[in-house]
Design a protein around this ligand. Structure first.
Ligand code: FDA
Length: 393
């Protein structure tokens, strides 16, 4: 059996970053992963350009049952630390929008950089290795498809459940439970909504059309684009709000977030009483969006504004400013970017990521109940939690 100071299960963002930092401190480090390739999610992220961090990342951009948990790690390894590493490797990048930093060229640059860091400090990354079992008896023993390994410190970095076709499994949660941890219930986050059949059919013809909106559910409020799809709605505003939404609830959509729609319609009525409602609404939306919304909400589109009552204007304004859109569900883990919930952070040290139930066991990255917004925040959590653990393990 080969013995290591540290074994990390998961050669993703958090695992590779942690491995390099632990090895830099002179620890012997082995990273095990069942995939054929390291950092698969990094490679497909950001449309192949990896939104690797966000210039404005802070604790307020994360969801967790304990919102204070992420603060220490995020402050000890910030977005600027990771940007510094990217710059050291000469990787060109740009801000796309809202502080989101993407590689100019390819996400492969980020994986190459992480692998080089592991290499430089002597951490070994072993792929195509299935973990069969993990046991503890004065040290950790990991039985795998390629032999047995032992270590003093075991780091769980196997991520969440989103995108099973990229190798996501529940192993991290299973190991946590084996050692007495509780799991905050998991569900898909940053995920498109599906609609009921009648709404789906009505809006499917708008598939591919994006409109600027605001979307709100519980504490989540986002002003970005909504995209109509064949199955329902997506786009950044919807993905963001999906992490705050609970099944069975409605999401409040404001189709005119800069306007009081009632006041605007009344002003139009005064200024152009003979104009049809249809024409006026097209000042703000493409014609087919107006048609679909009117069918859905039963607006009297052919009415002249002069012939439209205040009650009708109020109903239309409510539909525009406070549309209660009730999703049927989400597209689930198949397309979700992240998994909400995970290993209960109240049972883990926020400084070192070590289990408070089982000495020498650590959890980092998405397997923990810390989930970032869309926009580079999830990778920043992987870097920050990976560093916190790698500096202590
Ligand atoms: P990660 O999932 O990266 O790594 C886990 C590793 O564990 C994998 O290599 C997996 O193979 C391995 N593993 C799992 N089960 C195992 C088992 N049973 N045995 C052995 N190994 C096992 N975030 C962001 O900030 N910016 C972005 O642009 C994007 N874009 C994006 C696009 C898409 C399509 C997805 C699905 C996700 C994103 N994300 C993102 C989210 C981001 O990818 C995610 O939060 C991080 O990769 C999480 O890092 P971890 O290291 O925790 O898990």
């Amino acid at each position: 059996m080969s013995n290591w100071d540290v074994i990390i299960i998961g050669a993703g963002a958090a695992g590779l970053h942690c491995a390099a930092h632990a090895a830099q401190r002179g620890k012997s480090v082995l990273v095990l992963d069942h995939a054929k390739q390291a950092g698969k999610k990094i490679l497909i992220s950001g449309g192949g350009r990896c939104n690797f961090t966000n210039m404005y990342a802070g604790p307020e951009n994360f969801l967790s049952s304990n919102p204070h948990f992420c603060k220490s790690a995020l402050s000890r390894y910030t977005q600027w630390d990771f940007i510094g590493l990217v710059a050291e490797y000469g990787i060109a990048y740009h801000e796309k929008t809202l502080g989101q930093l993407f590689c100019d060229d390819s996400a492969k640059d980020i994986v190459r950089m992480l692998m080089s860091e592991c290499d430089r400090h002597g951490a070994k990354v072993q792929l195509r290795t299935e973990v069969v079992s993990v046991d503890y008896d004065s040290n950790y023993r990991i039985e795998t498809s390629r032999g047995d390994y032992s270590c003093d410190k075991l780091v769980i970095a196997c991520g969440g459940l989103s995108m099973p076709k990229l190798g996501a499994t529940p192993l991290g949660y299973q190991i946590a439970e084996q050692f007495g941890h509780s799991i905050v219930p998991v569900r898909a986050g940053l995920v498109p909504f599906t609609l009921q059949d009648d709404e789906k059919a009505r809006f499917a013809e708008l598939s591919g059309v994006a409109v600027p909106i605001s979307a709100e559910a519980h504490d989540g409020y986002f002003r970005e684009a909504m995209l109509f799809t064949h199955r329902g709605v997506s786009g950044p505003a919807i993905l963001q709000v999906s992490s705050y939404w609970q099944p069975g609830e409605a999401v409040t959509i404001n189709m005119l977030p800069d306007l009081d729609a009632f006041e605007w319609l009344k002003t139009q009525q005064q200024q152009q009483p003979k104009t049809q409602l249809n024409t006026v609404l097209q000042q703000h939306f493409p014609k087919r969006v107006v048609t679909a919304l009117a069918e859905h909400h039963q607006w009297p589109l052919n009415n002249k504004l002069a012939d439209t009552s205040n009650a009708q204007f109020q109903a239309i304004a409510d539909n525009l400013n406070r549309w209660q859109l009730k999703p049927n569900g989400t597209e689930g883990y198949r397309t979700a970017e992240v998994t909400l919930g995970g290993v209960n952070v109240d049972e883990v040290s926020s400084k070192t990521m070590e289990s408070q139930k089982q000495p020498g066991l650590y959890f980092i990255g998405e397997v923990l109940d810390v989930t970032g917004w869309l926009g580079g925040f999830n990778f920043q959590w992987a870097w920050s939690s990976g560093f916190a653990c790698g500096s202590e393990v």
